[in-house]
Design a binder for this molecule. Sequence first.
Ligand SMILES: NC(=O)c1ccc[n+]([C@@H]2O[C@H](COP(=O)([O-])OP(=O)(O)OC[C@H]3O[C@@H](n4cnc5c(N)ncnc54)[C@H](OP(=O)(O)O)[C@@H]3O)[C@@H](O)[C@H]2O)c1
Length: 416
Amino acid sequence: MSRQELTIGLFGFGCVGTGLYEVLAKTPTLKTTLKTVCIKHPHKSRKAPDHLFTTDPGAILNDPDINVVVELIDDADSAYAIVKTALLSGKAVVTANKKMLAEHLEELLAIQATTGVPLLYEAACCASIPIIRNLEEYYDNDLLESIQGIVNGSTNYILTRALEDNLTMNAALAQAQALGYAESNPILDTGGFDAKYKLVILLAHAFGLVVRPEEVFHCGIDQIGQLEWDYARAHNLKIKLVAHAYKTPGGSISAFVLPTFVAPDNKLYGVDDVFNGVVTQTCFADTQFFMGKGAGAYPTASAVLSDISALTYHYRYEHKKYNSAERLTPAEDIQLKVFLRHDLAHSTQFKRHFESIEACFTNRDAGYLIGTITLAALQVLMAHPGASLSPIALEVVHPAAVAWTQPTAEAAVLVS
Ligand SMILES: NC(=O)c1ccc[n+]([C@@H]2O[C@H](COP(=O)([O-])OP(=O)(O)OC[C@H]3O[C@@H](n4cnc5c(N)ncnc54)[C@H](OP(=O)(O)O)[C@@H]3O)[C@@H](O)[C@H]2O)c1
């Protein structure tokens, strides 16, 4: 099949848009023409000729010469309107906007199915790691059992600097912002929302499971305090924000985003700073590990470039798992071993939610307990008004594998 000539209309000329402009200029073998760039503020100075720029979306969306829209703006609502209009008018779309995708995935898949127009978004998940196309193509037949991923570069940067440089979380966030790693609105990163949006996208390509973001339980890193860092240091662990998805023995999928203690024998232990990493577990290939830069102008632009290149040979996601007759349903029956830090006023109140408790510790300011809890019970607990709680996952315990153990003072000894 001959390669298709592409005429591109680009929305957004910020960090990633500017990166893409430079990357395209250095890739002359890719036969594409960047015709128009739509931005928001006309008076900003740009590192590209003035004649390319417009503030009128119609200059791209109504231009019959433009057959590809690349959407790289930081406003999910406007991005949704742009992407939907482009697809419905027959223009292929490449986007990096995970929030927009996660919030409208089902509708966008339906539009893609009825129009046959491709929508690609490798950059929306782990930036430079080619995880979506691998889940879509390579893991087409080998049955995936689980995915664990550090999918947010800025929180990983913050957690790495907090541990290695002993920085406060706020100081580490300020560094991440100064380096351009954090989203315009940092709560999207630190609150765990960005990781959740990416998990929603991964679920669709890994398991064919399309869920709404609000159906996926998540905790961010903004509540992590000193006790958690003390525990991590005492046990030679790192704290990572991990997106988890597991196929349960019943065949359903359990998915959540939680700060997680990671031991040195876990592949994710070495994924530091702005890097992302994804570990897959399959029936036949066993464990595989992907690692790469999860943010930044060029790493993200490289994934956008790869999607543009894929369009030249008519590539589109087939969503075979989503379209197959067997549907998977979200599950909350998984059990987790967690470390839960709490304030002193609530030190006994949370125990009844746990299946078993291994260790308890309190000092003058706060306390924690370590125990096994169902994901559903953890969700209830985290909705508890007024309690200052910080859960960190230690281990996933599959159903029926939990035995009652008495609380011990082991953790108190190790932290002191
Ligand atoms: N930065 C990363 O490392 C990274 C990694 C993966 C994915 N992403 C995703 O990539 C997308 C772009 O991120 P970014 O970091 O490049 O954002 P950014 O630096 O904040 O740039 C945003 C750009 O969007 C433009 N814009 C905003 N609203 C617009 C509208 N309604 N119409 C036209 N243009 C509009 C802005 O215009 P003005 O220049 O006129 O203000 C600006 O050029 C986001 O979805 C982000 O989540 C980013």
